[in-house]
Write a protein that binds this ligand. Structure first.
Ligand code: FAD
Ligand code: SIN
Length: 522
């Protein structure tokens, strides 16, 4: 076990972690930025983002319209000041990404080709074919590689934040809680090391894996939210889990492959088994209503018909233009023998995005001193009860800037603390022999959430979920106490904590809003 010291410790290497690292490294050239990430450098939700980034770019579009669309999609639970700031910063964030080398699709005149997605009243989605996230992640990692004061540690799993709770000498009634870094499991040495930092930034992404079917990759186990919860940071709006309406229907495949909303923006229709365009009767925007509305309408269709999927109809679309725009989606369909110009594409909703999370102020500060959060794990107030499509990568880009601005304004706080931090103690623990105890409980959490806490909820379902999760909590804690830690065991513990927060905050919600729909509140 070793103690390491850095100025800035960033947990996660998606758009939020990498952009924050780049901005910090450039603004504080004499300081060290360390990125700890639990898988390979580029593995993240960011890497799989398809549709793009929303930004007012066309001369016929305007900020007011993007703000209005964001508020409407969020069912007006958004913080309007935050929405305005993010929308107004979007064009310059995108320009900066392009200055760093990111390439986005352009028309034959060299102008950016702007796509459309659900809930947007204008074409404003800047994209790189249907692999926008891959392009952004690549560009950011290239920038990181240029900067000598950033170090990235892949396969390093953050287990817990270090706070006053870990310091025995600290009086319990002392002022606001502080964060001093994190305990990190080096997956090559299997040692848990202590990383001390003046500022720790959570950028650990989403929670999709808490559900059996999700568009999110395996890393999305809500670790940051769970760590912040254990550290007693404020966490809100966990009930607003967004389901993407159109994941490819491929039972048993995890993660679920996404069929981008940009495909509907390009003109695709949704049809049920009988061939009916059922969205026409649901919302005047039909297939381009916001995600909560479309996902609920599909859920309703499936419940009525007993079918397992609905269909995307792309047969009327221009074939060459479709292939040009969506090469990755076309390729995936072909692998399954689906030819979009002839066949319907079977789709079903899947867990996609967490709108709530760790509460941050306009500079990314959490309620714990020296702990900041950025990206999907944070709750900034931008999304309200339901995120507008393609506003997430944008949030990460804007809040990376805000974080650096905030630290610059309070730069004198950057001295490392000389607290007496204990090293991780694993005396008396053993390597668990039966990994099935962990995998079974992970599967059980996912089943509970998918069966009882999905698109449509009810008071009875939520109570049953809470009781079942409580049982798994007891079981997991017993295992945790006596076991040498592994990423799988930590992920089980984190998934269970996140599931608990979603259920508890669902029970506390007394009005249906955006992505939250409880039959007993109708
Ligand atoms: P991530 O990109 O998920 O990065 C989190 C990082 O934290 C990862 O590197 C992970 O390994 C690391 N990590 C997690 N836990 C730990 C731990 N315990 N220790 C160390 N490291 C850890 N949004 C849009 O705006 N536009 C889109 O077109 C779009 N398309 C999407 C398509 C798909 C299929 C998916 C899944 C999401 C999409 N989203 C899109 C949402 C968007 O991609 C994410 O919200 C965004 O990328 C989140 O960025 P992030 O940096 O917060 O988290
Ligand atoms: C998509 O391409 O449909 C995903 C866009 C998003 O999640 O914002």
């Amino acid at each position: 076990m070793t103690k390491f010291k850095t100025d800035f410790l960033i947990l996660g290497s998606g758009v939020a972690g990498l952009t924050t690292a780049i901005k910090l490294a450039k603004s504080f050239q004499e300081k060290k930025v360390l990125i700890v990430t639990k898988s390979s450098k580029n593995e993240s939700n960011t890497k799989y983002a398809q549709g793009g980034v929303a930004a007012v770019w066309s001369p016929t579009d305007n900020f007011e319209s993007h703000i209005k669309d964001t508020l409407k999609a969020g069912d007006y639970l958004n913080d309007k000041t935050v929405v305005t700031k993010v929308v107004e910063e979007a064009p310059s964030c995108m320009q900066e990404l392009m200055d760093w080398g990111a390439e986005f699709d352009r028309d034959k005149n060299g102008n950016l080709n702007l796509g459309k997605e659900g809930g947007h009243s204008a074409n404003r989605i800047i994209h790189h074919k249907d692999i926008t996230g891959f392009e952004i992640e690549k560009t950011l990692l290239e920038q990181v590689a240029f900067l000598d004061n950033i170090e990235v540690l892949p396969y390093h799993f953050a287990i817990d934040l270090i706070t006053d709770h870990h310091i025995k000498s600290k009086k319990k009634d002392s002022t606001k809680l502080s964060c001093y870094g994190a305990y990190v499991l080096n997956q090559k040495t299997n040692k848990i090391d202590t990383y001390l930092a003046a500022k720790t930034i959570l950028a650990t992404g989403g929670i999709g894996q808490v559900y059996a079917s999700s568009t999110n990759p395996r890393i999305a186990t809500g670790d940051g939210v769970a760590m912040a919860y254990r550290a007693k940071a404020k966490i809100v709006e966990m009930e607003f889990v967004q389901f993407h309406p159109t994941a490819l229907f491929e039972p048993g495949e995890s993660p679920a492959f996404l069929i981008s909303e940009a495909v509907r923006g390009f003109g695709a229709y949704l049809r049920n088994k009988k061939g009916e365009r059922f969205m026409l009767a649901v919302d005047e925007r039909a297939e381009l209503a916001s995600r909560d509305i479309v996902a609920r309408a599909i859920d309703n269709e499936l419940n009525k018909s007993g079918e397992r999927c609905v269909y995307l109809d792309c047969r009327h679309l221009d074939k060459d233009a479709f292939v040009h725009h969506f090469p990755n989606i076309n390729e995936k369909c072909l692998q399954l023998g689906i030819r979009f110009e002839k066949d319907l594409i079977p789709v079903v909703p899947a867990c996609h995005y967490l709108c709530g999370g760790v509460v941050v102020d306009s500079n990314g500060n959490t309620t714990i001193q020296n702990l900041l959060a950025c990206g999907e794990c944070s709750r900034t107030g931008l999304h309200g009860a339901n995120r507008l499509a393609s506003n997430s990568l944008l949030e990460g880009l804007v809040y990376a800037r805000n974080i650096v601005k905030g630290i610059l304004e309070n730069g004198n706080e950057l001295s490392s603390k000389k607290e007496d931090i204990p090293e991780w103690n694993e005396d008396g623990t053993i390597v668990p022999e039966e990994l099935v105890l962990i995998s079974h409980n992970i599967n059980t959490v996912q089943s509970i959430m998918s069966d009882l806490v999905a698109i449509v909820r009810s008071n009875d379902r939520l109570q049953m979920a809470l009781d079942h999760l409580n049982y798994i909590y007891q079981d997991t804690e017993k295992l945790y106490e006596k076991s040498k830690l592994s990423p799988q065991l930590c992920e089980l513990r984190n998934l269970n904590a996140v599931a608990y927060l979603i259920v508890k905050q669902s029970i506390e919600r007394k009005e249906n809003k955006g992505a939250y729909y409880n039959l007993d509140l109708v």
